[in-house]
Ligand binder design. Structure first.
Ligand code: KG4
Ligand code: ZN
Length: 341
């Protein structure tokens, strides 16, 4: 008999519910986006996000069950994001998942949002195998993680300041490209010359050189735009966007390649919201191929926040005998890897 895991995701501004059949088959994955709610504010407003999750949750759950062709009693377990994320938003998902687990008498398991992103690669690629080097690039995180075996995450490198998505969003704002910044900046960059401006790249001494830093790059873009404005010169938005993107993506890919070589990795997987970026996907693929590495890229619907990846990570925890009681709490700054290599 098929084991169905319900996934629930509400860490930021997408309300997600999904049904996973067994370890890897996505029976349904429903996402209600809140983009239009937050767009007038130019960023996610936490209180509005929580309220909208409450409104969206019931219809999203119903749709997930309908599309999977199952009803409530068919569920075997419920997996939910417990962090990192916005506290109020996380609590909506947690309360929902607890109520379902209690009503149906099924196990509840809390999942780290970032491990969800990692498991999007196992959903998408049958050949994904351990140990796996993963580059997580999202709005709040930029980390290289060595997944030695299921649920064993070792931190290889991380950002010292801004996350990649955060840098995209901030630079998009400076260039008046609108919200959400990442996709808008990528669209502008398509029409620009990536060699028009040479922006700096952070360098670290050996021993720390698998880390990232993007705040210097962001500041360089801001200074460049202000200099042009002060001299009454036109701001070539597309060229600046392309040059910024090239510099950031180049740093991500170079560091991931160095890490892969040092660790002797055979596969490198990408995940998180910024993994939707075509230039990043293309360059990682190209550089990986040159070194004989297999590069795993999740499809775009699994790059954005979704509940299928949460159910997949939850399944791994349940399969190892883990579950949580109804005291499970939201942890806004939950870390993924507590140990380095
Ligand atoms: O994983 P995610 O959906 O949410 C978090 O867990 O943070 O990532 C959202 C981030 C945002 O910063 C967004 O601007 C960025 O991913 N992003 C992109 C693209 N699509 C989304 N950044 C660059 N290029 C894109 N195409
Ligand atoms: Zn995410």
């Amino acid at each position: 008999m098929t084991f169905f895991t319900l996934g629930v995701e509400t860490s930021c501004d997408e309300t997600g519910a999904a049904v996973l059949a067994g370890e890897r088959h996505i029976a349904s994955s429903v996402i209600a986006s809140q983009l239009e709610v937050h767009r007038p504010f130019g960023g996610v407003v936490p209180e509005l996000a929580s309220r909208r999750h409450l409104e969206n949750m019931q219809p999203v759950l119903q749709q997930a069950l309908e599309e999977a062709g199952i009803s409530w009693p068919d569920l075997g377990a419920v997996a939910v994001t417990r962090g990192p994320g916005l506290k109020g938003a996380l609590l909506v998902g947690l309360c929902t998942a607890k109520a379902i687990a209690l009503a149906l008498g099924i196990p509840l398991v809390g999942v780290n949002h970032l491990e969800g992103h990692i498991y999007s690669n196992f959903l998408a690629h049958q050949q994904a195998a351990y140990p796996l080097l993963v580059l997580i690039v999202s709005g709040g995180h930029t980390e290289l993680i060595w997944v030695r075996e299921p649920l064993d995450y070792r931190l290889v490198g991380q950002t010292r300041d801004d996350a990649a998505g955060e840098a995209f969003d901030k630079v998009a704002r400076v260039l008046n490209l609108g919200f959400p910044g990442g996709p808008a900046l990528e669209a502008a960059a398509f029409r620009g010359d990536s060699e028009s401006v040479s922006f700096p790249r952070a360098r670290f001494k050996r021993g720390q050189d698998l880390d990232f830093s993007f705040s210097g790059l962001k500041t360089a873009v801001i200074n460049h735009v202000q200099d042009l404005a002060a001299r009454d010169q036109e701001v070539p938005v597309h060229d600046i966007a392309a040059s910024f993107q090239e510099s950031l993506v180049g740093a991500l890919v170079d560091t991931a390649m160095q890490a892969a070589v040092r660790l002797g990795a055979g596969q490198v997987a990408l995940c998180g919201g910024v993994a939707a970026n075509q230039r990043l996907r293309g360059l990682l693929w190209q550089e990986g191929a040159q070194r004989g590495l297999e590069v795993l890229l999740p499809p775009l619907e699994l790059c954005m926040d979704n509940a299928a990846m949460i159910a997949a990570a939850g399944w791994q925890r349940l399969a190892r005998g883990e579950s949580h009681d109804l005291g499970l709490g939201a942890i806004p700054d939950l870390e993924l890897a507590t140990r380095s290599l």
